[in-house]
Design a protein around this ligand. Structure first.
Ligand SMILES: Nc1ncnc2c1ncn2[C@@H]1O[C@H](COP(=O)(O)OP(=O)(O)OP(=O)(O)O)[C@@H](O)[C@H]1O
Length: 217
């Protein structure tokens, strides 16, 4: 489902953020990605989503050769992906419902189908009761759930998340993880970059560890 072979990423300033990275994640797996600050976790997630391109090596995501993708075909890759990054903006001039609707509007989905999908996504993350609320009134954990709902509303087969439990207390972090597990249980492949030791102590899931751009486990 996701495979890296001999992947190197050098940024334009010459900094080598990933060095000879190789791994495979099977369809339906939930995997953690960890490592010190600056180890290359976000870079690796960005390569999966073709937000950044590798300097060399091979990346396959959902049977698509990401290296060979032309700019014009990147939206096709992104259809199979749900992306939860820390800097994603919630729009405070509209409701929770409208925030989750936006990705479907952009993709040109029909209104009636979209509304049903938005409610299904909000239900999945436990936010259906807040659909008419302005996101400014949500707690930190609820905002994170909103971002998850927005990332899954187009029903991606792969979910990638960068530090989704950052700044949340332990109980909230656990409940966010429950949401990710529920997606894995219905067959979604999930990759989560995290420093959260409580999550990493959960031995049910495989952990990939980066150290200075190299995968050490
Ligand atoms: N666009 C860029 N240009 C140059 N260097 C970059 C760029 N983006 C990231 N880097 C560098 O690459 C290294 C890896 O960054 P990355 O964000 O992937 O690390 P990370 O493991 O996600 O760190 P953190 O846990 O702090 O978010 C860092 O040293 C960072 O400064």
């Amino acid at each position: 489902m996701i495979s890296f072979k001999n992947v190197y990423k050098r940024y334009p300033d010459g900094f080598e953020a990933l060095k000879n990275v190789a791994f495979t994640i099977d369809a339906g797996e939930l995997v953690y990605l960890t490592g010190h600050s600056g180890a290359g976790k976000s870079t690796l997630l960005k390569l999966i989503a073709a937000i950044e391109r590798p300097t060399s090596g091979h990346i396959t995501v959902s049977e698509q050769n990401v290296n060979a993708l032309k700019k014009s075909t990147i939206p096709f890759l992104r259809r199979s992906l749900g992306i939860i990054f820390q800097d994603q903006k919630i729009l405070y001039d509209r409701s929770v419902f409208a925030n989750v609707m936006l990705p479907l509007q952009i993709r040109g989905f029909e209104k009636k189908i979209s509304a049903a999908r938005v409610r299904a996504a909000l239900d999945k993350v436990g936010l259906l009761a807040k659909e008419t609320a302005n996101p400014i009134t949500l707690s930190g954990g609820e905002k994170q759930r909103l971002c998850i709902a927005r990332a899954v509303v187009h029903r991606p087969s792969i979910l990638i998340a960068d530090e989704p439990t950052a700044n949340l207390d332990v109980d909230y972090a656990q409940s966010i993880m429950e949401v990710f597990r529920s997606f894995q249980q219905v067959g979604v492949t999930v990759l989560i970059a995290t420093h959260d030791v409580t999550l990493l102590n959960d031995t049910r899931y495989r952990t990939l560890t980066l150290n200075q751009g190299k995968l050490i486990s």
